[in-house]
Design a protein around this ligand. Structure first.
Ligand code: FES
Length: 634
C-alpha cells in the first residue's frame, strides 16, 4: 500500500498516511486539531481543509458549496492521499484562543475565592485528612503490634470503628514509626464506612493537605486545587478535553471507543493526560508538592466517567442504555493513571443513569434544590439537555437529546464559544441591518450557541422567519438570498469576517436549532406534566452548564427554549458540576448527600416516551404551537 507524507499548515506538522487512510486520520494521529463533530462520518461538514499541494481522492458528499470546491476545500474525513500533500487547516476548522477563554470561564463561573460550606450547612470534613500523632512507644506492658498501636492512636482523635490500610503501608510502618521517633502524620481517607490509612509520614506534615476537584466535561476539563485544611482554592486551570480529536460529542466518542482498535484506550489516555497536566499546572502555580495532594474528586457525565475509569462503555448507547456503573467506590488514583500522592484516592460523584451523570447530581447538590421545600427545576443545556425537577421530598430527572446545534454543530458556520465566535446578534430594519458582538473583539469566523439563539429570536421578531421557522421569500431583504439550493440570511459579509467568506445562517441550520430547542423544552414539559404540574408552579429555575451562562434569557424564552416564567425566578448557576465537586471534596457530609441525591432521583427515559414525541412536535414552532404557554412573547 502506498505511503505518503502530509504536511499540515499552519502547525508545520508532518504525518505519514497510506492511501487507505483519510487526511483526518493522519491529523488525529499527529495531534493536529481538525474540527470533526461527526467523528468522520461525512455528516457535519466541519472538517474542511484546503489542499495546497498534491492530489487526493475524495469520496462523494454534498457538504461543500461550489465556491468552496473552487477554492480547494475538501473534507478531511472524505479525502485520501494520492501523493504527498500540503494541507492547510483553515481558521474555521481550528481550535484557537482556547486557553484564555477557558481560563476566563474558570474564573468567572467557579468561585475562586473559596468554598462557603456553612452556606450549604455542611461541616468541614474533607474526603482525606491528615492527623499528627505522638504515639506512646511499645513496652512489655503495652505490646500491641505497630499497626494496632497506630489505629489506637488514630481512634483517640476520631470515631473510626472500622480501619484498614494496605500491605505496602504495613511493610513500611515499623521503620517510619521508629525513624520518626513515634511522631508521625497519618493521612486518612474514607471508603464507605471504613477509614483507610492511605499514607504515613515521619514528623508533622498535617499543615499540607490538598485535593483536586475536577469537572470532566465533554468539551472542557476544569480543575481546582484546594487546600483541604483551609477550604481555600489555591489555583485553577482548564483545558479542552483532548478526546475532541476523536469526536466532538458523547455519541461519536462512544462509537469510536467501540469500533476503533485501541479507541477506548486512547480516549482513556486523553482524559487522564488532561487531568494530569492540569494538576501539574495548578500545583506548580500554588507551589505545592504533588506528594501532598491526597485526593481527587471527579464529576462528569456517565460516558466521560467511563472513559476516565476505563470502563466498558459499549452498552451506553444501545437500548436499554445500560452503563457499567453509576456509583463507583473510591480507587487508588494511580490505578487510573492520575498522578498525585501514589497512595492518594480518586473519588467519583455518582450518577443516575447512562444519560444523567455525576455532573448533574453534583449540580443538584450545588443548586440546593434537594433541600428546599420550594419546587425547583434545573436545566443543564448542552448536547444533552438534562433536566431535574423536585424539592426536599423528591427529585425526578430526564435527559433530552438536543443534538450539537447549541454547541455549533450541525450549523454551517456554527462553532464553540471561543475567540472569533459571534456571541450576540441584533437584527434591525426588517433584516437590512445586523449588529454583532464577537468574543475577544476579533473578526468573526463563526457563530456560537448564544449567537444562534439570538439570531433566531431576532429573525422571528423582524419577520424574516415565520412561526414555523421558515424563511420569507429570498429578496424580502437584501441579506436573504438563495445559495447552493438553500435560502440563507447573511450575518456578516466576507469583508467583515476572518474567513474571507460570508457568514450566514441557512434554513437547515435553523431547522436543526429548532429541533434542539424543541427537545429541551419537550423534556422539561414531560417532567412537569408527568407530575401534574405547570411551569407556573415552579418557584425557581436554575440554568447550569458552561453554555447556560451565556444565554440571553428573553431570547431563549422568545424561541421557546426555556419556559415563559417570570425572569426573577431564573438563576444561572454556572459550572454547577464543579461547584458540587468542591463541596464534596471538602465535606464528607456533602459527598454522602450527593450519594443520597443520586439514589433519590427517579429517571424518566424519554427515548420510548410517547408524550415526549407529542410535546416535541408541539415545540417545533416559534415559540410553540400553544401561544398561551408564552404570554410574554405573544
Ligand atoms: S464531515 Fe468530516 S468529520 Fe464530519
Amino acid at each position: 500500500m502506498a505511503q505518503y507524507t502530509i504536511k499540515f499548515l499552519p502547525d508545520d506538522k508532518v504525518a505519514t498516511a497510506t492511501s487507505e487512510e483519510t487526511i483526518l486520520d493522519a491529523a488525529q494521529r499527529t495531534g493536529v486539531y481538525v474540527s470533526s463533530l461527526c467523528g468522520g462520518d461525512m455528516i457535519c461538514g466541519k472538517c474542511r481543509v484546503i489542499v495546497k499541494e498534491g492530489q487526493v481522492f475524495e469520496e462523494q458528499h454534498m457538504l461543500l458549496s461550489r465556491e468552496e470546491v473552487r477554492l480547494g476545500y475538501v473534507l478531511a474525513c472524505a479525502s485520501h492521499p494520492r501523493s504527498d500533500l500540503v494541507v492547510e487547516v483553515p481558521v474555521e476548522s481550528r481550535m484557537e484562543g482556547k486557553q484564555i477563554l477557558v481560563d476566563e470561564d474558570a474564573q468567572r463561573f467557579s468561585g475562586l475565592a473559596g468554598v462557603d460550606l456553612a452556606k450549604y450547612e455542611f461541616h468541614h470534613s474533607p474526603l482525606t485528612r491528615k492527623i499528627y500523632l505522638e504515639i506512646p512507644p511499645p513496652s512489655l506492658e503495652d505490646s500491641l503490634s505497630d499497626l494496632s498501636r497506630l489505629f489506637r492512636a488514630v481512634r483517640a482523635h476520631i470515631d473510626a470503628p472500622i480501619m484498614q490500610t494496605g500491605l505496602k503501608n504495613i511493610r513500611r510502618l515499623p521503620q517510619i514509626l521508629r525513624r520518626g521517633n513515634w511522631k508521625v502524620t497519618c493521612t486518612l481517607g474514607q471508603r464507605g464506612g471504613t477509614v483507610e490509612v492511605i499514607e504515613i509520614e515521619e514528623g508533622d506534615t498535617s499543615e499540607r493537605n490538598y485535593g483536586v476537584a475536577v469537572d470532566v466535561g465533554t468539551t472542557t476539563v476544569v480543575t481546582h486545587l484546594i487546600d483541604l485544611n483551609a477550604s481555600k482554592i489555591l489555583a485553577t486551570d482548564a483545558t479542552y478535553n483532548s478526546q475532541i480529536a476523536f469526536g466532538e460529542d458523547v455519541i461519536t466518542r462512544l462509537i469510536y471507543a467501540k469500533e476503533e482498535v485501541g479507541g477506548r484506550e486512547r480516549l482513556h489516555e486523553a482524559i487522564v493526560g488532561n487531568i494530569n497536566m492540569l494538576i501539574n499546572n495548578t500545583v506548580a502555580a500554588a507551589d505545592v508538592s504533588i506528594q501532598d495532594v491526597t485526593c481527587v474528586l471527579c464529576a462528569g457525565n456517565t460516558t466521560m466517567m467511563h472513559f476516565l475509569l476505563d470502563l466498558d462503555s459499549s452498552n451506553i448507547r444501545r437500548e436499554p442504555y445500560i452503563p457499567a456503573a453509576t456509583h463507583i467506590a473510591p480507587a487508588r488514583a494511580i490505578e487510573v493513571g492520575i498522578q498525585i500522592n501514589p497512595r492518594g484516592l480518586l473519588y467519583s460523584v455518582p450518577g443516575v443513569s447512562s444519560y444523567v451523570g455525576g455532573d448533574i447530581t453534583s449540580g443538584v447538590l450545588a443548586s440546593g434544590i434537594y433541600r428546599s421545600p420550594d419546587l425547583s427545576m434545573l436545566i443543564d443545556v448542552g448536547t444533552n439537555g438534562e433536566i431535574v425537577i423536585g424539592n426536599s421530598e423528591w427529585l425526578v430527572c430526564c435527559s433530552a437529546s438536543a443534538g450539537p446545534a447549541f454547541e455549533g454543530g450541525e450549523v454551517k458556520f456554527g462553532m464553540r464559544a471561543t475567540h472569533g465566535a459571534i456571541e450576540k446578534v441584533k437584527v434591525l430594519m426588517g433584516g437590512e441591518v445586523v449588529e454583532t458582538v464577537v468574543i475577544a473583539n476579533e473578526k468573526p469566523r463563526g457563530i456560537c450557541g448564544s449567537g444562534l439563539i439570538d439570531v433566531i429570536s431576532e429573525l422571528r421578531r423582524e419577520s424574516v422567519i415565520d412561526r414555523t421557522a421558515k424563511f420569507a421569500e429570498p429578496g424580502t431583504c437584501s441579506r436573504l438570498r438563495r445559495m447552493d439550493d438553500d435560502t440563507e440570511f447573511v450575518i456578516a459579509y466576507a469583508d467583515e469576517t476572518a474567513i474571507g467568506r460570508d457568514i450566514a445562517i441557512t434554513q437547515p441550520d435553523i431547522n436543526n436549532l429548532v429541533r434542539s430547542k424543541a427537545a429541551v423544552y419537550a423534556g422539561a414539559s414531560v417532567l412537569i406534566k408527568s407530575l401534574d404540574l405547570k411551569f407556573d408552579d415552579l418557584q425557581h429555575l436554575y440554568i447550569g452548564g458552561g453554555f447556560g451562562n451565556y444565554l440571553d434569557l428573553p431570547a431563549s424564552v422568545a424561541i421557546g427554549l426555556l419556559p415563559d416564567i417570570p425572569l426573577e425566578k431564573v438563576k444561572f448557576i454556572g459550572n454547577s458540576s464543579l461547584s458540587g465537586a468542591k463541596l464534596g471534596i471538602l465535606s464528607q457530609e456533602a459527598y454522602e448527600e450527593v450519594e443520597k441525591i443520586a439514589q433519590k432521583m427517579t429517571y424518566i427515559d424519554l427515548s420510548s416516551n410517547r408524550q415526549f414525541m407529542d410535546e416535541y412536535s408541539s415545540a417545533l414552532f416559534l415559540p410553540h404551537t400553544d401561544l398561551e404557554l408564552f404570554p410574554s412573547v405573544s
